[in-house]
Design a protein around this ligand. Structure first.
Ligand code: G3P
Ligand code: CA
Length: 269
């Protein structure tokens, strides 16, 4: 290995619990974080958006309709956009009963409460800034909440936090504001464009149906902004056969609703 070449340590893929262990508990709730912890899954993934009054909350869709009882409580507020509700209104919603009766009473977590739970469980976080184009300034606000919660110290920065987005502008903004934060771009850029991304992202996280072993190898030939090999975490893989297939392609991580199934298939951790 020449000095200039980034070194890549090869092992079984890391397994991430997508929206928490969301095959077994309502997505993006503290219950889903806890189920992942009970399975001994270190990494959880979540989605961050912003309320009308500026609170960062953990929810995937840009409306509250699918994963809460918002239609019942606020029938006149169609289409129930996250950004049209205050934090106090969202705190009243039930984010568990749509999934299964035993989760009735689960809440849409604030980002701060989510971070505190992940911290309490000694887990790690793949934080997605969702639809940043709807929330100008959300990159700086996310970093502020992370900082206030103690998530931008050396230990978290080096081992326990990755910030990702489908928006290259968002990932670039996070990198510019805090170059010490590890970032990931969600997508599958053509090989010819990888160098452009490598200026601001440490990882490239593609949908599993879009990748080949050659593409993964091309990503691994690049070094990111911190001088380390660009890594690949692919999503959403919930079955053993697909998990083994992407493992064969050489991915570094697999993001899964059923992390126990994937871990069993790939021998990961
Ligand atoms: O972490 C990857 C994955 O979360 C991206 O898709 O729609 O589930 O946020 P989505
Ligand atoms: Ca996500």
């Amino acid at each position: 290995v020449r000095d200039a070449e980034p070194v890549r340590l090869v092992g079984a893929p890391v397994v991430y619990a997508h929206r928490g262990a969301s095959a077994y508990a309502p997505e993006n709730t503290l219950a889903a974080v806890d189920v992942a912890e009970e399975m001994d899954v270190a990494w959880v993934e979540n989605d961050v958006q912003r309320t009308k009054d500026g609170e960062l909350v953990v929810v995937h869709d840009d409306t509250l309709a699918r994963t809460t009882n918002v239609e019942q409580l606020f029938p006149d507020r169609r289409p129930w956009r996250v950004r049209d509700f205050t934090a106090a209104e969202i705190a009243r919603l039930d984010a568990g009963s749509w999934f299964a009766p035993e989760f009735t009473g689960a809440r849409v977590p604030t980002l701060r409460s989510y971070l505190d739970r992940v911290e309490r469980n000694r887990q790690r976080l793949l934080l997605e800034i969702k639809k940043p184009e709807l929330y100008p300034g959300i990159e700086a606000e996310t970093l502020r909440v992370l900082d206030e919660a103690g998530w931008l110290d050396e230990q978290h920065l080096s081992r326990r936090l990755v910030v990702q987005s489908f928006s290259a502008d968002c990932v670039r903004a996070v990198h510019t504001l805090r170059p010490d934060v590890v970032t990931a771009f969600l997508g599958t850029p053509p090989v010819a464009e990888l160098a452009r991304y490598a200026a601001f992202t440490d990882r490239i996280n593609p949908w599993h149906t879009t990748i080949t072993a050659d593409w993964v190898a091309a990503v691994h030939r690049m070094a990111g902004p911190h001088g380390r090999v660009l890594e690949v975490d692919t999503w959403i893989v919930d079955d053993a056969a697909t998990a083994r297939k992407v493992q064969e392609m050489g991915v570094d991580g697999i993001i899964s609703n059923a992390p126990d199934v994937v871990r069993e298939a790939v021998g990961g951790f």
